[in-house]
Write a protein that binds this ligand. Structure first.
Ligand SMILES: *Cc1c(COP(=O)(O)O)cnc(C)c1O
Length: 390
């Protein structure tokens, strides 16, 4: 058969995690006792008042197209939230609601990157960023980090990577997969380099609410008008409200960029689901009490996992204070992450995500968006697995 697939799709990397994940699911379906650390979504239910608001909207007939960039109510709720919580002033027409934060990121890259532009991505990275960049015909440029720097890049590293072709820098704090949280001063220093060099910043703040101990979240766009002008703030409802299946995310940008993204979205997906947006208004304007409860639970699991991991021979893990992931270094166990993950699944029935998926050959990712029972049992098994090899 003739090859009809576009070149831009051929450069996409098939998900490395798929093989391990598919196997884990098959084992589970066959009734095996698998401990899963792969989850990329909170294990809590969407708060009831949010579901009620969506159901009421649907019952009232809110089942038709909305404006492509979101309902006026939701865009206003988001603009108010960004001012109230993040200290950034956006008018509702600078806010674009999309089908998930992932879609918002895609829109940013698609609407700002020309073919052959370079996009700087710190590694380990969220696995969708490089693929979005490649789909836009642009080129991902990775900045490697290690446990020694808490997986954070330095301003010097960023400056050295910028060329006349650099269009965008992707900052994700708190980070998936590292869990690292940049301090305000660190973000400002990176922002200054971008200002100096005229580089735009995509600030993916989807995990802003999931931070522990003394960590604090900072939004680059709130640091002053000069930073505001080079920043696109991305966020969404998936993580803070456990609404991953609803597909609601948003971005806020300087007006010309928001307009360009509005045009892209109006000709591709059009509006995010109408009644989901009504749920979104209830989420953002409603009570936020669930967050303290979830944070306390995540915090407990995180502390337990951290202590257990660092007691395993050959394993070390930094005290990452955000999101719901830990990224232990397993290089001293003597296996590459993919082999580690495959053998761990076969021998001990524990599913983890191998670091190759995120651009590291020394780490595995463990999510703590799962029950304490799963965590305890899973860590016993990981410990036994590593002890056999060290
Ligand atoms: C989960 C996640 C998102 C957005 O997820 P959506 O479900 O599309 O809203 C964005 N960035 C990172 C780093 C994530 O982990």
């Amino acid at each position: 058969m003739k090859d009809y697939v576009a070149e831009r799709c051929k450069v996409l990397t098939p998900s490395l995690t798929l093989a391990v994940d598919a196997k884990a699911k098959a084992m589970k379906a066959a009734g095996e006792d698998v401990c899963g650390f792969g989850a990329g979504e909170p294990d809590f239910d969407t708060p009831q008042h949010i579901k009620d608001a969506a159901a009421a909207a649907m019952a009232k007939g809110m089942t038709k197209y909305t404006p492509s960039s979101g309902t006026p109510e939701l865009r206003k709720a988001i603009a108010d939230k960004l001012a109230r919580v993040n200290g950034i002033q956006y008018s509702p027409n600078q806010v674009i609601v999309s089908c998930g934060g992932k879609h918002s990121c895609f829109n940013v890259v698609f609407a700002t990157c020309n073919p052959d532009d370079e996009v700087i991505i710190p590694a380990p990275y969220w696995l969708s960023y490089p693929e979005m960049v490649k789909m836009a015909g642009a080129k991902p440029v990775f900045l490697n980090t290690s446990d020694a720097t808490q997986f954070k890049i330095t301003p010097e590293q960023l400056r050295a990577a910028i060329t006349p072709r650099t269009k965008l820098f992707i900052l994700n704090s708190p980070s998936n997969p590292t869990g690292s949280v940049y301090t305000r001063a660190e973000i400002e220093a990176l922002g200054r380099v971008c200002l100096e060099k005229g580089v735009l910043v995509l600030s993916d703040e989807i995990y802003e609410n999931l931070i522990y101990d003394d960590a604090q979240h900072s939004s680059l766009a709130s640091f002053g008008p000069e930073f505001y002008d080079i920043t696109i703030t991305v966020n969404g409802l998936s993580k803070a409200y456990s609404m991953t299946g609803w597909r609601l995310g948003y971005l806020a940008a300087p007006e010309p960029i928001a307009k360009a993204i509005d045009a892209v979205q109006s000709h591709s997906t059009s509006n995010p689901t109408s009644f989901a947006q009504a749920g979104g208004v209830a989420a953002i304007n409603g009570p936020q009490d669930h967050l303290a409860v979830w944070r306390a639970e995540f915090s407990k699991r995180r502390a337990y996992m951290l202590q257990r991991l660092n007691a395993i021979p050959g394993v070390s893990c930094i005290d990452a204070k955000g999101a719901f992931y830990l990224l232990p270094n397993i290089s001293k166990v003597g296996l590459k992450p993919l082999d580690f993950a495959q053998q761990l699944l076969e021998e001990e029935k524990v599913a983890v995500v191998p670091g190759e998926a995120f651009g590291t050959d020394q780490h595995i990712r463990l999510s703590y968006a799962c029950s304490m029972t799963n965590i305890e049992k899973g860590l016993d098994r990981i410990e036994r697995f590593c002890r056999k090899r060290t």
